[in-house]
Write a protein that binds this ligand. Sequence first.
Ligand SMILES: Cc1cc2nc3c(=O)[nH]c(=O)nc-3n(C[C@H](O)[C@H](O)[C@H](O)COP(=O)(O)OP(=O)(O)OC[C@H]3O[C@@H](n4cnc5c(N)ncnc54)[C@H](O)[C@@H]3O)c2cc1C
Length: 487
Amino acid sequence: MTDNARLLAQVRPADWLDPDPRSLYDLVVLGGGTAGLVCAAGAAGLGAHVALVERSSLGGDCLNTGCVPSKALIRAAKAVRDARVSADLGVTTTSRVEFSAVMRSVRERRADLAHHDSASRLTSLGIHVFFGAASFTGPRTILVNGRMLRFRRAVVATGARPSVPPIPGLMKVRYLTSENLFEITDQPRVLLVVGGGPIGCEMAQAFALLGTAVTIVEAGPRILQGEDVEAADLVARQLATNGVRVLIDTPLRQVSESGGQITATFDGGSISADTILVATGRSAHLEGLNLEQALVRHGPNGVAVDDHLRTSNRRVYAAGDVCSSLKFTHAADAMARVVIQNALFHGRGRVSSLVIPWCTYTSPELAHVGIPPTEAVRRGAVPITIRFADVDRSVIDGESDGFLRVHHDRGRIVAATIVGVHAGELIGYFASAMRRGGRLGDLAHDVFPYPTLADAVRKAGDAYRRTRLTPVVSSLLRRYFALVRKM
Ligand SMILES: Cc1cc2nc3c(=O)[nH]c(=O)nc-3n(C[C@H](O)[C@H](O)[C@H](O)COP(=O)(O)OP(=O)(O)OC[C@H]3O[C@@H](n4cnc5c(N)ncnc54)[C@H](O)[C@@H]3O)c2cc1C
């Protein structure tokens, strides 16, 4: 059995028979991605009668076309990078990339993880799973495969899909997006990545390390816009070191294809490539939902929700990419938990009380939590920066490029950015600290094993406490020690 067949057997079984619908469900979930799965499993675990409708494959973007395959590809690219840098440690290895085997391992990892999201797991939890496109027929009814599902509450969790910009000619060429990227078997020789956001940068670097000649074209003034500028510049430098050419301020004017060669034109030049990957953001997936029938308002950013994730129909909620600008799996998961509480138990859980970090898994990783860096500066928050060059473990590992920067307002953490290896792991400390009140000085009391990167977290706490030593206190302390030395 191929890995894709193994995947589909779990998340979209070919011989699936929809169950006979109940006369009324406590919760009907539209979409079987992270948000939908967490809502459905959580509600069923509490005893609710739940139906889940998925039009394509359970697991949604994360399992099928997003986090899982992209991180598996990045893992293969890291093996190449490790082989290259090992010479600095006195170990010489050679690496040879067999691209079709790399992609096979990507698909294998995906199939290995599919059991978490499988149809059989959901039915074992008592959830009625329907495979088909759901659409509302009224404020309390949903149609799927010609059958009517009546609900007390529903949650729209239909996610997002790649948004493709209206570049003249683009629709006429064969282009890749995250939806078909992980199915390729032949290595692109020359890859043009349109968009320097997280997905564009992650994939550009991975393909470059695997041996493809890669160019990113970004319409804006820098890659990873919205992130700390110094941190994004560090990632840009590393991309260049890995052979990725980055063209900023370069909106594409025209794309055409001739003899299997794609040509993209911009002001003052053009690029040729055999493959083009469009990574210019993602927009809410609303097609066919008939939201008007359910009196659910929506706009350019997807389903409109209040802070409790309730839509304009008080019986209908939304969670995940379909209603949020924070399009991440862990955000979808956290929102789903808010929905369970609010939709089924009249709870008052608020999205605004969640602290949601994020990470771009380039090398180095770039992670952030809290208000945007520009907002932190505008509000006059004070930065404290710890360079990984000053953290023993980073130096030992030869991976000291990068830093941790915390912005605080009179000791309360308002934002943290980390750029460096394992930034995605470290940012969790700050997310956790911020949720518990976020006093920067408290971090100085935390004890971490030596030598670890986490030592940088304590150093940030120490650095803050040193700033609390006013000249008056310093001079008092000097006098105290002068006195005790005489005793
Ligand atoms: C390349 C890539 C890499 C990513 N990497 C990361 C990462 O490293 N970390 C991270 O946190 N996030 C990452 N993401 C984002 C992450 O995948 C999404 O944020 C997450 O999947 C959102 O979950 P969701 O449940 O809101 O939507 P989705 O996962 O999109 O699920 C929605 C589901 O609804 C179904 N659906 C749509 N319309 C209907 C309908 N009418 N009826 C029934 N079903 C319907 C869809 O088929 C889909 O299965 C990545 C995304 C991409 C594309």
